[in-house]
Design a protein. Structure first.
Lengths: 229, 452
């Protein structure tokens, strides 16, 4: 396994070293002592496997297409944001805006996630084993979010489409949400996804989708619209 | 009493407060139960301080002019010289601003890209991602990274010649974009990952960063993802320009774009178009003062947008400190916007040529701001491209004409000293002396002295 030591290096030098190793054919790269540097492994287009031995800062795995990234620590804001495909796994906690606007791929957070997890998701899958903060799934467009724990205020506010599965309680639901029970197929999907990622969640999930009352301007529902117009 | 009735002819007295358009607006809102939206730009119930309030003072005896019709006058424009390995070099200081495929038709987007290409300048993607037809036809393409991230694709960003991190726009600073359901066709919905026909209201904040401290990291991310090769622009609507420009420059932008309140849009709440932002004239002065204040004027390039109509507007912006101007609405007008053709279709929209601001309806009579295939077909790409090329050539020649008359062999050498103010107000805003007095009223570019 190829190894990158981060001590004494800038983000630019570390990313450069990762790129050079990939160019030389490395399939698996271990990155030691990332020390919460920002912008590690952003914009990678190769299906490489990266293991960060420690915490990472903002935007780790941002804008990737195909890489498999594991963080043995915690992550800062914007984990895996705008990724097209691939996997980003964080063993610890993730800061705000995890999986923001992802169009595909999978983000797994084994700890807790901060505010705005899964904001503006356009596809893909976000799994949070712990709890998440306020405004999770805000303006979600497509894709699936599984929150095994509890959520903060305003869960799934103003979603266009997409699905949020919530294992715990939400401090409050966002505007225009519809809560229902997952069907048989969805329960199987949840079970499969969680077992695939080694998450033991025996409890049941609620399913939250867009109420679709905000899709088009309607004066009839002014009480709803005045919050969101 | 006989004969006491005074015969008089009634004179209709209209209120300046309750003007017909105000009455119409109140009655429309009484029906709608919401704010109104529309396209185009601010219609304005009063005149704004504008570039029209300045005049050039060409050479006479104190300075020697260049031959206006023939001597060489460079228009070459370099952007992104601060950090990018590959700054962009344009043949002219006029660029096409970001307008989305969605707000505009495919034919309009392609014509603009082709025209920019032929003029040696750039076009910009817009809020909906990159159209491959645009990339194929554009010489220099700027990729916008917007709060909505609709259609964001790392492969597309890596194909771009520059990246524009958009914080806001002049038409509606502080508020996200708007695309009404009529224009969210199957194709547009697919590109943006939205349900077809939805009234798309874009977010105003980026999903993964908030203030200027985060933006420093975001800019570094964009550079890391593109190997520090292409310039990073930061675009903002003109509000607290002096401070905002300093923050953007300090955050690491190569180029700052400031879009004044005259800036156009495909759709916006009317109240924001009319009542938010500051005029482009003031924006360019504040932006320059801001860059000077942090010692980055000349290192960070400045692009000015918002209601630039003529070579004179552009030349005055350059003289006040801009490196280039963005054109949006003017390019659409060259494409045929508001032209008196298909007049019956303007009437169907309740408007007429020269007064149309109905881009938001998706029923553009001339095929520019629509997704309806029959209407789009009315915009013939080749001739539309020619018209935009001609406009850009004409504006470039106008800028050169003014520069030569001021004795400048490079349009970027135009300076505030080449200008005089026609009003007290514009003198105070720009720091250019008032005509007939040779005095600056109010301090002008010393704007910073009052806010520093």
């Amino acid at each position: 396994m190829a190894v990158v030591h981060c001590d004494g290096k800038t983000t630019k030098e570390i990313n450069q070293e990762i790129s050079e190793l990939i160019a030389k054919g490395a399939k698996t790269i271990e990155v030691r002592s990332p020390s919460a540097r920002h912008n590690l492994a952003v914009g990678l287009l190769q299906p490489v496997e990266l293991l960060f031995k420690g915490s990472v800062g903002y935007y780790c795995g941002g804008m990737i297409d195909g890489a498999r990234i594991t963080v043995q620590g915690s992550a800062g804001w914007g984990l895996g944001e705008c990724m097209m495909s691939g996997t980003v796994v964080v063993r610890g906690n993730a800061g705000n805006s995890a999986a923001a606007s992802i169009r595909g791929g999978t983000v797994v957070i084994y700890g807790d996630a901060g505010a705005r997890a899964g904001i503006a998701m356009k596809g893909g899958l976000l799994i949070i084993e712990g709890n998440c903060g306020a405004m999770a799934g805000f303006m979600m467009q497509k894709g699936t979010m599984i929150i095994c724990g509890a959520s903060g205020h305003g869960l799934a506010d103003s979603m266009y489409e997409g699905t949020v599965f919530l294992g715990g309680e939400a401090a409050s639901l966002g505007n225009d949400t519809k809560v229902c029970d997952p069907d048989e197929e969805e329960r199987r999907f949840l079970k499969d996804m969680l077992s695939e990622h080694g998450i033991a969640a025996a409890h049941s999930f609620k399913k939250i989708v867009a109420g679709r009352r905000l899709w088009n301007f309607e004066k009839q529902e002014f009480e709803l619209w005045k919050e969101v117009l | 009493m006989e004969g006491s009735t005074v015969e008089h002819k009634a004179v209709l007295r209209h209120s300046r407060i309750w003007r017909p358009e105000i009455i119409e607006d109140i009655q429309a809102k009484a029906e709608l139960g919401r704010y109104r939206f529309r396209g185009f730009s601010a219609l304005l119930s009063r005149a704004l301080p504008s570039f029209d309030d300045l005049t050039f003072i060409p050479c006479t005896l104190t300075r020697i002019p260049l031959e206006g019709y023939r001597e060489k006058c460079s228009t070459k424009t370099l952007l992104g010289t601060r950090f990018a390995k590959k700054p962009i070099e344009l043949a002219i200081p006029i660029m096409v601003t970001g307008m989305s495929f969605g707000a505009l038709s495919l034919n309009a987007k392609v014509a603009l890209a082709l025209a920019a290409n032929r003029c040696g300048t750039s076009s910009t993607t817009g809020d909906g991602g990159m159209l491959l037809a645009e990339r194929e036809n554009a010489r220099t393409l700027i990729y916008e990274v917007l709060p909505s991230r609709y259609g964001f694709n790392i492969h597309h960003m890596k194909m771009a010649d520059a990246i524009e991190l958009t914080v806001g726009q002049g038409a509606k600073p502080g508020t996200g974009g708007l695309l009404l359901g009529a224009k969210v066709s199957e194709q547009i919905a697919h590109a943006r990952d939205l349900p077809p026909g939805v009234d798309q209201r874009s977010p105003c904040r980026h999903p993964d960063w908030m203030g200027p401290d985060d933006m420093v990291i975001k800019i570094e991310e964009l550079r890391e993802a593109t190997n520090w090769e292409v310039p990073i622009f930061v675009k903002m609507g003109a509000t607290r320009v002096f401070d905002d420009v300093k923050l953007a420059a300090k955050a690491g932008a190569d180029v700052v774009v400031v879009d004044g309140m005259e800036g156009g849009t495909g759709a916006s709440p009317d109240v924001l178009l009319e009542h938010t932002g500051i005029p482009t004239l003031a924006a360019v002065c504040e932006a320059r003062a801001g860059l000077e204040d942090v010692g980055l004027y000349g290192k960070v390039q400045l692009i000015i947008a918002g209601g630039i109509r003529t070579g004179a507007d552009a030349a005055k912006a350059l003289a006040l400190g801009a490196d280039a101007v963005y054109l949006g609405t003017a390019t659409l007008i060259a494409l045929n916007c508001n032209k008196p053709i298909y007049v019956e279709d303007y009437h169907k929209l309740g408007t007429e040529p020269y007064a149309c601001h109905h881009c938001h309806t998706g029923r553009c009579p001339v095929g520019i701001t629509t997704q309806d295939p029959d209407l789009v077909a009315r915009l013939e790409v080749d001739s539309a491209t020619d018209r935009v090329v001609n406009l850009f050539n004409a504006l470039t020649a106008e800028i050169q004409m003014l520069a030569r008359s001021c004795g400048k062999a490079d349009v970027h050498d135009l300076e505030p000293e080449d200008l005089r103010a026609l009003s007290l107000e514009s003198s105070m805003i720009t720091g250019v002396p008032l005509v007939g007095t040779n005095r600056v009223f109010g301090g002008g570019p010393g704007w910073k002295d009052r806010h520093g």
